[in-house]
Design a protein around this ligand. Structure first.
Ligand code: AMP
Ligand code: GLY
Length: 417
């Protein structure tokens, strides 16, 4: 079996590592991939070049293509593959709009009674500012379109909120992605991520993971694509898990069918456990990054078996082990703003018994070097979160690079709570 993974980051590396561990595929390709992905053959085609990707899959008789990033989905890679009868696991661009437009996601949640924060949607600055004046602070302002996990600002004061609206709508901070914005009630509670393998009405939920979005310890600094993650999440009970599945995942899969855009792929719900029940913060139409890196080491079932069965509309059983995983991002100094590039990373060969997923690295003069905001993701595994946490932090210390930084508090509060 030949598998093609589309994408270039840590999530795709984790998918590749899982497929390699499953040991079913004779060849794993990654387009475009990165130089740290030693288990795969790199294919120099951009994620959004759907026609060349389809041509590659045809020429190489790829048995399954797995899509990582949302940009490939929104570019219509699944639509193109479906039209040509090429097996691919992911949603069409119409279904991926659940991630591609925050306003569409809110519309769906309201229409189908899926619990979420109250909101308003705006394209005019004056209307947005008038709305803000009647809201309590803090308040959350979101660019409607894709902004690489950076299009959300939590504003503490009205002044901050007004200037954020101006930056997004008037100054077009995220280009077209912020020509429309969503202004949303601030939710408080324990945050968690729940993903499910979905094919039309069949869904198979994964265990819970917990993302750490802020750049610095103590949840300080700007929002990022995610700085660390762990699974399981002890503050989310079995009852919470059931509630999330039955009030969020199941109704959304049904809602997509009702709207004529059935969803196949990974449905990701970013959730908050509030005093008023579980509420949705966001939907994504793909594997979370770095949730995937901490979850796939816990999946015992073959990943390609799950996806191929679902593409065949067959129910699947997914078996997860009881291990705990903790993963920590090493980011380039400056991230999530302008960051350093090119510095060599030394010592990676000394890390023992952890997964190293390359998020943004490149070989320069034969040396793995910084080539992205989030650079490496190191995952430790253990019988408990405590063990996994100790393992990962102990091994990370062996990495030698002056231009990398990481959070020291991933999973700390949860273990001590
Ligand atoms: P998103 O890209 O929508 O997941 O937002 C990024 C992060 O901002 C989330 O993971 C939350 O930590 C935070 N956030 C987003 N929306 C809200 C909200 N309505 N209330 C509180 N925090 C939020
Ligand atoms: N880790 C959050 C995301 O993938 O959007």
């Amino acid at each position: 079996m030949k598998v093609l993974v589309i994408g270039r980051g840590g999530r795709e590396h984790a998918i590749i590592k899982k497929i390699a561990r499953d040991n079913k595929a004779t060849q794993i390709f990654c387009a475009p991939g990165n130089d740290g992905m030693s288990e795969a053959t790199l294919v120099p085609i951009e994620e959004t070049n759907v026609s060349e990707l389809a041509q590659f899959a045809t020429d190489n008789q790829i048995n399954l293509t797995i899509v990582g990033p949302e940009v490939a989905l929104m570019a219509g890679v699944v639509n193109e593959f479906n039209q040509l009868g090429l097996p691919i696991f992911g949603p069409t661009k119409e279904a991926a709009l659940i991630e591609g437009s925050k306003a569409f996601a809110k519309y769906m949640m309201n229409k189908y009674n899926i619990p979420t924060a109250t909101y308003g949607e705006f394209t005019e600055m004056e209307e947005a500012i008038a709305y803000l004046k009647n809201q309590s602070m803090p308040i959350v302002i979101k660019a409607d379109g894709l902004a690489a996990g950076k299009g959300v600002v939590i504003c503490q004061t009205l002044e901050e909120a007004e200037s954020t609206v101006k930056e997004m709508i008037l100054d077009r901070k995220f280009d077209d992605a912020s020509s429309k914005i969503v202004i949303e009630e601030f939710l408080e509670g324990e945050e968690f991520s729940l993903m499910a393998f979905v094919s039309n009405k069949i869904y198979q939920a994964m265990p819970i993971a917990r993302d750490y979005k802020r750049a610095y310890d103590g949840d300080l600094g700007l929002n990022t694509g995610g700085m660390g993650n762990h699974s399981p999440h002890p503050l989310i009970t079995d009852a919470d898990y059931e509630e999330a599945i039955h009030k969020v995942i199941e109704p959304m899969t049904k809602a997509m069918i009702a709207e004529g855009i059935p969803f196949t792929g990974i449905l990701y719900a970013g959730l908050m456990k509030t005093t008023d029940g579980i509420k949705v913060i966001e939907f994504n139409a793909r594997f979370g990054d770095p949730e995937t890196e901490v979850l796939l080491p816990r999946l015992e079932t073959d990943l390609t078996d799950i996806m191929l069965s679902l593409l065949d509309d067959k129910e699947v059983e997914c078996i997860w082990n009881d291990k705990a995983t903790v993963g920590v991002v090493l980011a380039a100094k400056g991230y999530p703003s302008t960051y350093v590039k090119g510095t060599p990373i030394k010592g990676l060969e000394n890390l023992i018994d952890v997964d190293i997923c390359h998020m943004g690295t490149k070989l320069i003069d034969n040396q793995i070097s910084l080539n992205g905001g989030r650079v490496l993701f190191v995952v430790g595994c253990g019988d408990t979160l405590e063990q996994a946490r100790q393992k990962v932090y102990q091994e990370i210390e062996k990495i030698d690079c002056k231009d990398l930084f990481y959070r020291k508090d991933i999973a700390r509060k949860i273990i001590n709570s």
